[in-house]
Design a protein around this ligand. Sequence first.
Ligand code: CMC
Length: 430
Amino acid sequence: MAHQATLTIDGKVLELPVLEGTEGELAIDIAQLRAKTGLITYDPGYGNTGACRSAITFIDGEKGILRYRGIPIEEFDRPHPDFLEVAALIIFGELPDKAFLKRFSAISTANANLDESMKHHFEGFPENAPPMAQLSAMLNAISCFHPEFFTLTNGVSFEQAAGRVISQIRTVAAYSYRRSKGLPFIYPNPALRYCANFLHMMFSMPYQDYLVEPEIEDALNLIFILHADHEQNCSTSTVRMVGSSQANLFASCASGVCALWGPLHGGANLAVIEMLESIQRGNQKPEDCIALAKDKSSGFRLMGFGHRIYKNYDPRAKILKKCCDRVLKKLGIQDPLLDIARRLEELALKDPYFIEKKLYPNVDFYSGIIMRAIGIPTSMFPVMFSIGRLPGWIAQWKEQQDDPAKRIARPRQIYVGAPLRHYVPLEKRK
Ligand code: CMC
């Protein structure tokens, strides 16, 4: 059935088309609203605004469904495909065949090294520079070395650029960690797969290779897969916003890192661990945390809980919770933070405040505990989120560039400042 919306403004009636997505979701098309009525819409935080049509990721937040290119996220759990395979699916739209995957992996392997002079850029950062600041700066810096990618004129150059940035984000991330520890940089090893190579660059020594445990590689691979895209979240919308001015892929992805940094988004995994550690140190009990989170005046939120879209258990959190139990058991680790997390979840899920507001654990609630167990330092947690999210940023950037309906992103505003007044020269001001 074709849907139609009718809007009445001061007695004037306007018929508005209604768009329908593949899964039946409906949207009122207001593209002509201002031209026909002089009015705009007001939607702080864009909670009701569809900014694009996208064929990449489907989420049903009420039902807790997440699909990449139509495939439910659960189908990537046990056995996990390689992260690069999922990245290729997200970026290019189809599960890659063997030949394509081989080619894409070869691009990644061939481009893992940074230009040698980029190493000096890291030396310019103070040792305690936040890894996210280094990551965004260095991703942007890659574009200085590859102006040929400023305009991606065909599928081949896009494939090359996508493979390069996916590969190099990992090298930049590992180097920023090495820099913060005063350790020598470790070059990528072309014989290793994506995650194993990252762990090698993070933890090997020039005189001793880090032994990559399969459980650790596997858990990291899963974490990256589960973060790979999440439709129009804050960082992805930022990438699209920047890309809408036709800024290049590297610059657009660097802006995504900046957006991801905040504690309400990719920084939440770090904030969760800080919260759990604070409870462990005895600063407050889990019960106090829940009470604080319910008290608006405290400004405190239960980190790793709640989501703009999910009004049900985040499907990624479900998989990560199981992975967390599995990895800790396999590695023989007893992490008291996991007990605290479980207790917080138990308390929250039966508390009327959380039930009424439909606040459930999100992807960040258990991911940090896994990353701690596999030896990733907490300062690197948002960086790990960035590596995982990169395929989504690339895919969304490309989809936007190819969209015939694309326009520079330029929201409007409702001006609430001073009415007309006049300039008073400095000497005449009181
Ligand atoms: N603890 C306590 N109360 C909360 C929480 C929380 N974690 N999250 C939401 N609420 C309350 C909020 O106070 C509000 O109450 P009221 O309606 O009475 O004003 C209501 O629930 C709706 O919250 P909101 O802030 O309007 O929701 P939002 O969609 O704007 O924000 C969110 C979503 C994820 C930023 C928020 O839930 C939050 O701050 N969570 C904690 C940070 C976090 O875990 N972020 C990671 C998100 S998942 C990964 C990612 O995509 O980055």
